[in-house]
Design a binder for this molecule. Structure first.
Ligand code: GLC
Length: 661
């Protein structure tokens, strides 16, 4: 059962796509106070677990901390952070009673989940203008499914997007990209995508190419002939530059976000001063989306959208204030402290003051940005998604974004932003996965190896061993960090093998992804969703169920040669060994110490189930389904999903085949 409670005059985010009947009177759970802003309060029972919040910090169980939905470009994901890039305002309370809550509110909203008082859940926001959806159900998975149904089908990428991708901030010329392709192909390490970060553009101008690309369509074609898709980045800010068509058109048609006085708002991002296309304005959105044709017309089939919180390094106003302070700092002795000066400079980026300096035009109504801040990334990706529908309604494009809000899951996936080459981030990224799935985001993954800071060979291998299972599997790193392509390290055959296991598992992973997407289901689940009555399973946060057949338990500590794993039922361990063979062993319910070397991948098949495993391949196109062998329990059946991976022919019964072990 789903009820919708309406408070005040909410902004229509279009997160929910189904009609949900309006409820009146008191909520079935907790209480609401609208005296001063909005405040929802619920007293939790000791054993209640709180799930949800999608891309957010800390654990799968969100209890014990305070989270703030406030899309932020913050590359330091330390344990104390309350906001990351996304706003996924869905939580699920699971205990003696199970219910879900979706706070459809596009500005700052705080989830105090037993932080101020250990037994109290309190959700607060500045204005009492929102839709609150309350979902009742018999179990946690049932509530997620009901929620997913009202927010619409999750985005489905083309099949090549299940391959492995290499990225790095700094690749600039054709040669840089060819070197990466060669680095992988000559060592036979599988690869399907190379990502193009901002340097492929001319002066960081969206929808341009730098002078090194003489014949881009030919370059893209040649790469595709080698089974490599080129995936360019698109940033939110449009460079201010006379004569640059995107800038000129945006100014002329009033498509950029404006200040109160009607002038175009100026924010500095990578290109220097930019304007933000008004993604919430339908005409501007259509215009911006159609710009992607510049690249699709040249053969490009996938993109990543970035800096769309939107990230602001500083605004013109902010810079002026800092300069004025600097003048006083320099000229008027002892009036401005060094720390005040430093603080001012540091607070220029992503300042809430700037969010109050510009407006959107939504169907003729002016809406100040801070009121709808968390929608910007969603609507940028929607701009692209709607354009892809116009370009070819039956074709799938790869698309994922950094910033997001629930609703964006229909148009693209997300990556989890600028993590670091830290072991703790491997575990953090694992924990985010089921929470993201609850909120509709299925095509997700982290920067494998870590984006910021220097990786190590063992960290990259362990990160990849998690990435083998995440729908988005991409190695990405920041400018200035240690070279992180797999071929930069010794014994590249280990990388060939680990990534090769991904390709051996694609028949299974793709099937489970498609089943999850087509049935509003989860691809990754916490163990508690499958074994709700198992007290130990309910608290496990470093193992995940993947699809309907397997459990994974990645190693996330340096120098470990294995780990303890809890099996909530008898399972069959299968381990992909570096010589290409597969070790199998049935293990009883309980705790086991499992050896997993750096070059091995282990997974656990649930009792009575089986999975398809193909031979390794160097790209998705060359996976030979004829080589599939079934692993798991004798007599088990598996429903394989396969299609051409390009078109949207999802409802065709021929996509399904039953395989037997
Ligand atoms: C942002 C992105 C990162 C990208 C960089 C340069 O930090 O999150 O992935 O490499 O910008 O474009």
């Amino acid at each position: 059962m789903i009820y919708k409670y309406l408070y005040g005059n909410p902004f229509d985010t279009e997160a929910v796509t189904s009609e949900v009947p309006l409820a009146e009177g008191a909520l079935p759970f907790g209480s609401v106070d609208t005296e001063d802003g909005f405040c929802f309060t619920f007293i939790m029972e000791e054993n209640d677990i709180v799930y949800g919040l999608g891309e957010s910090n800390r654990g799968i169980n969100k209890r014990g901390y305070c989270y703030v939905s406030d899309c932020s470009d913050d590359p330091n994901h330390t344990e104390d952070k309350r906001s990351l890039y996304a706003a996924h305002n869905f939580i699920l309370i699971s205990g003696n009673r199970n219910f879900g809550l979706f706070f459809d509110y596009p500005s700052v909203i705080t989830f105090d989940i037993g932080y101020t008082r250990m037994d109290t859940l309190q959700v607060t926001c500045g204005s009492a203008d929102l839709n609150l959806y309350v979902i009742e159900g018999g179990s946690a998975p049932d509530i997620v499914k009901q929620f997913r149904r009202i927010i619409g089908r999750s985005y489905i990428p083309p099949k090549f997007a299940f391959g492995f991708g290499q990225s790095r901030w700094g690749y600039k010329t054709e040669k840089d990209f060819l070197d990466v392709a060669e680095g992988y192909r000559c060592r036979h390490i599988p690869l399907d995508m190379i990502y193009m970060d901002i340097d492929y553009m001319d002066s960081y101008k969206d929808f341009t190419l730098n002078e090194d690309f003489n014949d881009f369509p030919e370059f893209v074609r040649k790469m595709k002939e080698n089974h490599i898709q080129m995936i360019p980045i698109i940033d939110a800010g449009v460079k201010i530059e006379k004569g640059y068509d995107v800038y000129e058109e945006g100014v002329k048609n009033r498509y950029f976000c404006q200040r109160e006085d009607g002038s175009d708002f100026v924010a500095a991002v990578w290109p220097g001063d930019t304007h933000f296309p008004d993604m919430l304005n339908e005409d501007a959105r259509k215009w911006f989306g159609d710009k992607y044709r510049f690249l699709t017309d040249q053969g490009i089939e996938g993109f990543w959208n970035d800096m769309n919180e939107p990230a602001i390094f500083y605004s013109s106003e902010g810079l002026e204030e800092a300069k004025e302070l600097a003048r006083r700092f320099a000229e008027e002795e002892n009036t401005v402290h060094v720390w005040e000066m430093g603080g001012k400079l540091q607070s220029l980026a992503n300042s809430h003051e700037d969010y109050r300096r510009f407006y959107h035009n939504v169907n003729g109504e002016r809406i100040r940005h801070d009121r709808v801040h968390n929608l910007f990334g969603y609507y940028m990706t929607r701009a692209a998604g709607e354009a892809f529908e116009r370009i070819d309604p039956n074709r799938r494009f790869l698309m994922f974004s950094r910033s997001s809000y629930i609703g964006m899951h229909r148009y693209g996936g997300i990556w989890t932003g600028d993590n670091k080459s830290w072991w703790s981030h491997l575990l953090l990224n694992l924990k985010m996965m089921p929470s993201l799935n609850m909120c509709g985001f299925l095509y997700t993954g982290a920067d494998l190896g870590g984006f910021g800071a220097d990786t190590t060979r063992d960290l990259l291998l362990r990160f990849l061993a998690l990435g083998v299972f995440t729908p988005l599997m991409r190695n990405h790193s920041a400018l200035g960090t240690r070279q992180q392509e797999c071929y930069q390290f010794e014994n590249t055959e280990d990388f060939r093998h680990v990534i090769g296991v991904r390709y051996r598992l694609i028949p299974y992973l793709y099937s489970e992804y498609m089943k999850a997407a087509l049935n509003d289901d989860m691809y990754f689940r916490p163990l508690a969703f499958v074994y709700p009555d198992d007290r130990t399973a309910r608290r496990i946060e470093d193992q995940l169920m993947l699809g309907n057949e397997i459990m994974i338990a990645p190693v996330y500590e340096q120098n470990a040669d294995g780990r303890f794993v809890y099996l909530p039922e008898e399972m069959k361990l299968i381990k992909f060994l570096p010589d290409g063979t597969i070790f199998e062993e049935i293990l009883a319910k309980g705790i086991h110490r499992i050896d997993v070397a750096l070059n091995e991948i282990a997974l656990f098949i649930r009792s009575g189930k089986c999975i398809p495993v193909a031979d390794a391949a160097e790209c998705v196109d060359s996976i030979d389904y004829g080589t599939i062998r079934m692993y798991g329990y004798e007599g088990a059946e598996y429903t394989l999903y396969n299609d051409d991976g390009i078109h949207k022919d999802y409802d065709n019964k021929e996509n399904y085949t039953v395989l037997r072990k």
